[in-house]
Write a protein that binds this ligand. Structure first.
Ligand code: IVH
Length: 668
C-alpha cells in the first residue's frame, strides 16, 4: 500500500517538476493554471495524508517560490550540513561509541541539548556587526541570497552593537512559524515548516513580511575569531547579542540522561509555542567538535534524536460532538496542536460514547494520540500520571445538537445495542445532518461539483444560501462575488461548474441523495433495475420499493432504508425538485456477456484509448485477453505499426484480424 502511494506521489512530483519548469522557466505552461494548482494540491494532500512522503522537490517546500534563478546564488563559506538521526536508545549509544572510538579516549562527554525546531535553516553574515548577507541553505554548498526577506523577520538584528562581536561571523538558525500563526494558514500548507519555507522564499520581501516568521539562532558557520569554549557558551552569547535562542536549551552529561530527558520532553512538547520534531545533541566542547569534524553530509559531533512519527502526547482542551451524514454522533477531542510525523494534529477522534467510558478519557487529560498512515488521528490512552484535580468527566449528550433525542440501534445479528449513538435519521430536519448531506451531494462520486468544496458548503450554509440540495441551483452569484475571498471570476467559475453538473447519470443521482446504506455500488444496482428517472420515482408508489428485494446485491437493510427515506416528505420534495432541475440520463444497458468465450490480442498502438482501457472494455463484456498468438486466439486487433510477426502468425493460423475500428464496431 505504502509503496503504491509512494509511486503515485513520485509520479506527481515528476509531473509537477516538468510543469513548474514550463511555467516559470520557459513561461510556456502546457496545462491550465487550474490544473497546475490541482496537481500541487494533490501532492500537498498526499503529504498531509501520508507523513512518510517527502521530497525536496515538493511544491509544499516551494509554494510561491520561483526557481532559484530569481535569487542571486551565494556560496557558503562553511557548508551547511544536515544532522544524522537517532530513533532509539541503541542509536544513541552507538553515536557516543563512535565518538569515543574516533577520539580514542575514555572521557565522559557533555552535550548541549537543544530542541530541533521544525522550520528551515538560514545563515546570517555580520560584517563588523552589520547584517550583510542573509542566505538560505540551498543544497548546502550554495544557497539563495535572501537578505531582504530575512530582514523582515523581527527577531533578526540588523546591527549588533556589542563590542565583542567578531569582525566576521555567520550566525545560523531556524526560520519558523509559531503554532498559533500556523492555525490561520493551515488550509494552505501541510505543516508549519512548509509555510515558513513558502513565505521566506517569496520573490517580493513584502510577501514574506505578511506571514509572521520567527528566528531562533543555534550555531555559527564561518567565524573570524572564535574564543568560545563550549556550544552552551556560544548560545548564551547569542542571547547577549540580541538573538532569540530556545528557552529549552540545556547541558546534559550522559546518554542515559539524554534518553530520560527525551522521554519527558516528548510528553510536553505540545506545550511549546512552536513545532519541534526531536532534540539535537551536540558535543558541548568546541575543541572536541573541531577534532571530530564531519562525515560527507553531517557532523560527527551532533545527532538529532527524533520524536515518534506516528504518535504524540497532547492535552484535551474540549470534546466536540460531530454529526455525520447518517446521524452518527462522534466525539472528537480538541487537543493542543501537536506535530505528528509532519502533520499538525489538533483533533483526534474518540470514536464513540463507549470508548470514552472504557478508556476513562476526561477533558484536561494528557493523552497519547496516534496518527499512522491514512487513519484519522485517534486517542490511544490517557497518561494517568499527568491527571490533576482539574480534569473533567465528559457527559455524553443524549440529544443531538439539533435538539432531537438520540438513539442506539439494536443490532439483530450481534443481539447488542450499537456503540454509536445516533440522531434518528430525520434527514434534512436535523441541520447537522443536512449540511453533511449537502457535502455528500456535491462530492466527487456524486454530483461532482468542482469549486463547491466542503468549506464553501459550510460557508453558504451559515449564510443561509443553501438549505437543501436544490438551492445550489438557485444561487445569487452577484452576492457570492462580493463575499470575502470571492470575485466575479471565481463566482462565474462556480456557476460554470454548477451548470455543468446538471447533466448526471442515474446511478450518480441516486448515490448523491445520500440514502443510508445506498453506496455507489448499490446505487448502480438500483439504476440498472430502474433504468430511468421516471421508474426510479415510481419507487415512491406503494410497495414498489419492496420489488427491489429480488435484486441480487440488495438486502432488507437497503430496502428498509429506502422506505424510510421516501417516507420523509422533505426527501420527496428534494427528489422531485431536483428532477425538475437536473437532466438525469437513462442508465445505459450494457451488453454484458456479449463477448463470452471470445479471446483477443492487441498489437500496435491504439488510437484514443489505452491498452488498459481496451482490456477492461473486453473484460466488462466477459471477453478475455491472451498474450500470444495461438490457435486459442479468436481475434488479433491491429493498431498503428503492428508487429509483423504476430500478424503473419495469425494469418497462418487462420485467426481473424481486426482493425481498431472493426473491433470497436464489434463492441458496439
Ligand atoms: S545544528 C551541522 N541545531 O535541523 C549541524 N540544527 O537536520 C547544523 N535544526 O538543517 C545544524 N534545530 O534546519 C541545529 N538546534 C538546532 C536545530 C537544527 C533545528 C535543523 C536545521 C538543520 C536540520 C538538520
Amino acid at each position: 500500500m505504502n509503496k503504491e502511494v509512494e509511486k503515485i506521489y513520485k509520479r506527481k512530483i515528476k509531473e509537477f517538476q516538468k510543469h513548474n519548469k514550463l511555467y516559470y522557466d520557459k513561461s510556456a505552461p502546457a496545462i491550465s493554471d487550474r490544473e497546475f494548482d490541482e496537481l500541487k494540491a494533490d501532492i500537498i494532500n498526499l503529504e498531509k495524508k501520508y507523513s512518510f512522503l517527502r521530497s525536496t522537490k515538493s511544491p509544499s517546500d516551494s509554494i510561491g517560490f520561483k526557481p532559484s534563478k530569481n535569487f542571486e546564488k551565494f556560496k557558503h563559506k562553511v557548508r551547511m550540513l544536515s544532522l544524522s538521526n537517532a530513533f532509539d536508545r541503541e542509536d544513541l549509544i552507538n553515536f557516543e561509541k563512535k565518538i569515543l572510538n574516533y577520539l580514542n579516549e575514555k572521557i565522559s562527554l557533555e552535550y548541549s541539548v537543544e530542541p530541533k525546531i521544525d522550520g528551515i535553516s538560514a545563515s546570517l553574515t555580520y560584517l563588523n556587526g552589520n547584517l550583510t548577507y542573509g542566505v538560505s541553505r540551498g543544497d548546502g554548498s550554495e544557497g539563495e541570497l535572501i537578505t531582504n526577506n530575512l530582514k523582515t523577520i523581527k527577531d533578526i538584528p540588523h546591527k549588533i552593537l556589542k563590542k565583542n562581536i567578531p569582525k566576521e561571523i555567520e550566525i545560523r538558525g531556524e526560520v519558523f512559524i509559531e503554532k498559533k500563526d500556523f492555525e490561520k494558514l493551515k488550509d494552505n500548507f501541510a505543516n508549519p515548516r512548509n509555510a515558513a519555507s513558502g513565505s521566506l522564499r517569496q520573490k517580493d520581501p513584502k510577501e514574506t513580511s505578511k506571514i509572521p516568521l520567527k528566528f531562533i539562532a543555534y550555531t555559527f558557520g564561518f567565524i573570524s575569531e572564535n574564543k568560545f569554549k563550549n556550544q552552551s557558551d556560544f548560545l548564551n552569547e547569542l542571547k547577549f547579542w540580541g538573538f532569540l535562542t530556545s528557552d529549552y536549551n540545556k547541558v546534559i552529561k550522559s546518554t542515559d540522561e539524554l534518553f530520560i530527558f527525551h522521554e519527558q520532553f516528548e510528553k510536553k512538547r505540545f506545550d511549546l509555542n512552536y513545532d519541534i520534531d526531536g532534540l539535537v545533541y551536540k558535543v558541548n566542547s568546541l575543541q572536541l567538535q573541531k577534532r571530530l569534524g564531519f562525515t560527507s553530509n553531517a557532523p560527527r559531533w551532533a545527532i538529532a534524536h527524533k520524536f515518534s512519527a506516528d504518535h504524540a502526547y497532547s492535552e484535551i482542551l474540549n470534546i466536540d460532538i460531530q454529526v455525520g451524514r447518517t446521524g452518527a454522533l462522534t466525539p472528537v477531542a480538541k487537543v493542543k496542536p501537536v506535530n505528528i510525523g509532519g502533520v499538525v494534529v489538533s483533533n483526534a477522534t474518540l470514536h464513540n460514547e463507549d470508548e470514552i467510558i472504557r478508556k476513562d478519557i476526561r477533558i484536561g487529560d494528557t493523552v497519547k494520540i496516534e496518527r499512522a498512515g491514512d487513519v484519522i488521528p485517534h486517542v490511544l490512552e490517557v497518561d494517568i500520571k499527568k491527571r490533576d484535580g482539574k480534569s473533567k468527566k465528559f457527559n455524553f449528550p443524549k440529544k443531538c445538537p439539533c435538539g432531537f433525542d438520540t438513539i442506539k440501534e439494536f443490532n439483530k445479528i450481534t443481539k447488542k445495542y450499537d456503540a454509536v449513538r445516533r440522531c434518528p435519521d430525520k434527514g434534512f430536519e436535523c441541520e447537522k445532518i443536512a449540511v453533511e448531506k449537502i457535502k455528500h451531494f456535491i462530492s466527487k462520486d456524486a454530483m461532482n461539483i468542482d469549486g463547491l468544496g466542503k468549506k464553501v458548503v459550510e460557508k453558504f450554509w451559515d449564510l443561509k444560501f443553501i438549505k437543501l440540495p436544490q438551492d445550489i441551483y438557485n444561487l445569487d452569484y452577484q452576492k457570492i462575488s462580493s463575499l470575502d475571498g470571492w470575485g466575479s471570476q471565481s463566482a462565474s467559475n462556480l456557476k460554470f461548474s454548477i451548470e455543468n453538473s446538471k447533466k448526471v447519470t442515474l446511478d450518480k443521482f441516486i448515490f448523491s441523495l445520500g440514502i443510508r446504506h445506498i453506496g455507489i455500488e448499490n446505487a448502480k444496482i438500483i439504476a440498472d433495475f430502474t433504468k430511468n428517472i421516471k421508474s426510479f420515482l415510481n419507487l415512491l408508489k406503494k410497495d414498489k420499493i419492496k420489488e427491489l428485494i429480488n435484486i441480487d446485491g440488495i438486502g432488507e437493510t437497503q430496502v428498509k432504508s429506502l422506505e424510510k427515506f421516501f417516507q420523509n416528505q422533505t426527501n420527496i420534495k428534494v427528489v422531485e425538485k431536483l428532477c425538475e432541475i437536473l437532466s438525469v440520463r437513462d442508465r445505459e444497458v450494457k451488453n454484458k456477456g456479449k463477448l463470452k468465450n471470445v479471446s483477443f490480442m492487441f498489437t500496435g498502438k491504439l488510437q484514443n484509448i489505452s491498452r488498459a482501457e481496451a482490456k477492461s472494455l473486453i473484460e466488462e463484456n466477459a471477453g478475455s485477453i491472451v498474450s500470444s498468438v495461438t490457435k486459442k486466439l479468436d481475434y488479433l486487433v491491429t493498431g498503428e505499426k503492428p508487429t509483423n510477426r504476430k500478424v503473419e502468425q495469425a494469418k497462418n493460423l487462420g485467426i481473424k484480424i481486426l482493425t481498431q475500428k472493426e473491433w470497436s464496431d464489434l463492441l458496439n
